[in-house]
Design a protein around this ligand. Structure first.
Ligand code: HEM
Ligand code: NAG
Length: 497
């Protein structure tokens, strides 16, 4: 069930959850640093030998040609080209030249990049069993080897059932009041301040995630869980050197402590005989119940998947709405309408309901368009588990396969004037596999309903009660690790008068 990566590639690029961040000097220096580390040097040598043809390519064994494209220099591959410009420009240029399936070589890994709906469907859905998820070993250690992202087959299917049970629409509809309270509290704490929007959205998304994992009675443990997670996070993009004093070492210790806290919560639930419908409850109950270690790996995994993603989408939405007053106006009017209908409810019931959130078409299209334009997860990683034929080409066993979501989302074939922010384009449903902000198939995002609810609840209160301004209105982008407006989009927020 577990595999080790035969490739160091992702040591700097955190698989699914890191966009390869071109154009940033940190990206380049980090990876030069990586090259200097001895185990990498050793590996590099073997890669060089391989790249110079000293081991036969799978292509030679089979008669099929490899996809078009260039492999660049051995080992280094085309990484410098990738890093020397905006990665999206790199992908786009390649696609223009070679079509929607092309080969390249980045950070030591031969890979095939795909950017057509049909190829994405092939890799993510119809032939998903031929392509396993792939992450660097250090990331696996940090999140926990038994977490859902790294799995395939029966264990994956079982985990997915448990996660979907806690995050599916039926479970989420009970969380609306809690999510709304978290949104109100977040906004209240911003009032009158100049905030770093991204940082504040991270806090909000963290609180919502914790709310759907644990029970209110477990609040006393949650502060500790948070602290452990913050330390863990600091080590996430550090060098994976496990020596006392390093960030990586501290992170590994924090994850052990986090696992201990989770074990205490589990023990206390068992003692109290609590049967909850939250994620922890789902993991603990029934004949598919998980072990304590499996539970803590998956709780860390869900926080990891839920927080920075949702926070960066929220940050982009604020930016796009502010820059497009027409759509801001339309969203505000729609939310005012919802607010009026809330006020008509019985005393004590004046809350946002699941039904309200399903009647926000304009706001929902703004969210879709933000997901498309920003495409914060520009691509994901898979690895071919055997030689695979696709449209007459060979994808050799062991090669990485990258569905390029962002390219598909920005293709003029499916979205006219793709760089323009225009939510009204979603008045017509996009064609299958042209719009996949939450992926598709066996590993698609089980948290998408919660993510949308979170965004709607925040926008509801932000647009109806507050006014705001963005003192730094540039177009600068930073990578942290997702593409983000520069400096986390500083925002001044105050109550409407
Ligand atoms: C707007 C915010 C979010 C976006 C854009 C997003 C996007 C994605 C994408 C594209 C994938 C598939 C990756 C792949 O196929 O390799 C994924 C997987 C996943 N997401 Fe999300 N996600 C978001 C929020 C959340 C939230 C709030 C949660 C948890 C409640 C969550 C939990 C997960 C999990 C557990 C997986 C792994 C599923 C598996 O491997 O079977 N995500 N997400
Ligand atoms: C996911 O794939 C299925 C099968 O190809 C397709 O019907 C569906 O529309 C796809 N979902 C998205 C969001 O594109």
């Amino acid at each position: 069930m577990l595999w080790t990566l035969g490739c160091t590639m992702n040591t700097t690029t955190a698989a699914t959850y890191t966009t390869i961040n071109g154009a940033t000097t940190t990206g380049v220096s980090m990876w030069l640093f990586l090259l200097l580390c001895p185990p990498v040097l050793a590996l590099l040598c073997s890669k060089l030998l391989r790249a110079f043809g000293l081991s036969p390519l799978a292509a030679a064994r089979q008669k099929l040609p490899l996809p078009p494209g260039t492999m660049g220099w051995p080992y280094v591959g085309e990484t410098f080209q990738l890093y020397s410009k905006n990665p999206n420009a790199f992908f786009a240029e390649k696609q223009k030249r070679y079509g929607s399936v092309f080969k390249t070589h980045i950070l030591g890994c031969p890979c095939v990049m795909i950017s057509s709906p049909d190829a994405a469907k092939f890799v993510l859905s119809t032939r998903a069993t031929l392509f396993k998820p792939t992450f660097p070993a250090s990331k696996e250690r940090m999140i926990g080897r038994q977490a859902i992202f790294f799995q395939q087959g029966d264990y994956h299917a079982c985990l997915r059932r448990l996660v979907v049970r806690a995050f599916g629409p039926d479970a989420i509809r009970d969380k609306v009041a809690g999510v709304e309270a978290a949104a109100i509290a977040a906004l209240r704490s911003w009032n009158g301040r100049l905030i770093n929007t991204y940082q504040e959205m991270k806090t909000y998304a963290f609180n919502v995630a914790l709310l759907s994992i644990f029970d209110k009675d477990e609040l006393c443990y949650i502060e500790e869980v948070k602290q452990c997670y913050y330390t863990l996070e600091k080590g996430y993009n550090s060098m994976p050197i496990n020596l006392p004093g390093t960030l990586f070492h501290k992170a590994m210790r924090a994850r052990r402590q986090l696992a201990e806290r989770v074990a205490e919560i589990i023990a206390s639930r068992r003692k109290r005989g609590v049967a909850a419908t939250d994620l922890l409850g789902s993991f603990m109950e029934g004949k598919e119940a998980l072990t304590d270690d499996q539970i803590s790996d998956n709780i860390i995994g869900v926080i990891f998947a839920a927080r920075d993603t949702t926070a960066s989408v929220l940050t982009w939405i604020v930016k796009y709405l502010t820059e497009n007053p027409r759509f801001l106006q339309a969203v505000t009017e729609e939310q005012e309408e919802v607010r009026r209908s809330k006020e008509q409810a019985e005393e004590g019931d004046k809350c946002l309901t699941w039904a309200h959130t399903k009647k926000m078409p304009i706001t929902s299209r703004v969210i879709q368009e933000t997901l498309r334009v920003a495409s914060i997860l520009s691509f994901t990683f898979r690895e071919a588990v055997e030689d695979v034929e696709y449209q007459g080409y060979l994808i050799p066993k062991g090669w990485k396969v990258l569905p390029l979501f962002r390219n598909i989302h920005h293709s003029p074939d499916f979205f006219s004037e793709p760089d323009k922010f225009d939510p009204s384009r979603f008045e017509v449903a996009p064609k299958p596999n042209t719009f996949m902000p939450f992926g598709n198939g066996t590993h698609s995002c089980p948290g998408n309903e919660l993510a949308k609810l979170e965004v709607l609840a925040l926008l509801h209160h932000l647009t109806t009660k507050y006014r705001w301004s963005l003192p730094e209105s540039g177009n600068g982008i930073q990578f942290a690790p997702f593409a983000l407006p520069m400096n986390g989009l500083p925002m001044r927020v105050s109550l409407k008068t």
